[in-house]
Design a protein around this ligand. Structure first.
Ligand SMILES: [Zn+2]
Length: 98
């Protein structure tokens, strides 16, 4: 595999995904990818296996269980909590000066 030539339009190879909550299409990198493993939805960062669902990684509106219910059903509150926790830990990892 060789590097892409300079000036190659990167956009051509960015796969787009649709948020399950707000239905917005965005580049895959702007989503949290959730995968159902043994019947439970969880964040997946490694290999792409199984069925995936995408939720905006930067939009708390998309993490409300009401909006997630369509995609995750009874597990929506669980997924909602997972996304909120994930966001909080992202925040605390960043150096903050009041
Ligand atoms: Zn969204």
């Amino acid at each position: 595999m060789s590097a892409a030539p300079a000036g190659y339009p990167r956009e051509r190879h960015v796969p787009e995904r649709t948020c399950v909550a707000c239905r917005t299409r965005r580049p895959q990198g702007e989503f949290v990818r959730l995968t159902r493993i043994e019947g439970r939805w969880q964040e997946q960062t490694g290999n792409r296996t199984g069925r995936g669902a995408y939720v905006c990684s930067d939009s708390p509106n998309c993490w409300q269980d009401k909006r997630l219910r369509r995609a995750f059903g009874p597990q929506a509150p669980e997924v909602s909590a997972l996304l909120a926790r994930r966001f909080q830990s992202t925040q605390t990892n960043q150096p903050m000066t009041d």
